[in-house]
Design a protein around this ligand. Sequence first.
Ligand SMILES: [Zn+2]
Length: 285
Amino acid sequence: MTAHVELKKNFHMDQSATRLDIPQRHDAAGARQSPDEPAPVYVTGGHPDSRVVVVCEHAANRTSGRFGDLGIDAALMTSHIAWDPGALGVAKALADAFGAPLVHGGLSRLLYDCNRPPEARDAIPARSEVHDIPGNRDLSEAGRARRIAEIYEPFHAGLNDMLQSRPALPVLITVHSFTPVYRGVTRAVELGILHGEDPTLARAMLATTPKDNRYETRINAPYGPADGVAYTLDRHGSANGLLNVMLEIRNDLIATPEAEQAMADLLAPWLERAIAAAGEKGTGR
Ligand SMILES: [Zn+2]
């Protein structure tokens, strides 16, 4: 399955997402998605010589009637269980700083968590933190297959196509946010630097932590690869020989556009130094 990705090869980051042309699916209505329907993945180009690609799987909290009703309060759709608040703003600012391509999701992770393989129990969670998700708990096999085919597969095809079209692009950075309080427990960590199979870039980041970093920074926190969160890193980063790291930012620190930009202003030069310190590993794929 190959999704067609139209890359913008201009020299300036284009903040308007390029909509993927999603292959026709055999859905019940037999109709093409309307232009108002969120796409499963959005890809923007960036500078042709960029050494970095930025990915944000949990960028959006939108749903679509075509996938059924999740059966939860509308208010919950604005909470962290539906998406990573602030993460897309940081991802865009980072992509801008690097002139990097950006690949991000367009649908809530409650429909499908694109940082999980289909066999993962929490790819389509029946329960998230303390909330039941009736529309997932009662999902039919056909409904599950449809979400895999129409969200998971196009997302990863879009990212894969981007990487294959840019063979000299050696660094993959994924951007996420996490809730300050989880199951009633306050999290002290503010910035998590996570790795999967290849710890090179994460360790280089720790070794190049800027003196003015005032955030409580930890490796593989508030969760790590044992919790199944390194799927995108391993599938698209380590497997392709790319340096890769996952950034987890506590979402109260990126609650405004100004705060998102300030976080990116801290992270971009830090990543630049870490990438340099990690050497040229990844360019020979
Ligand atoms: Zn996330």
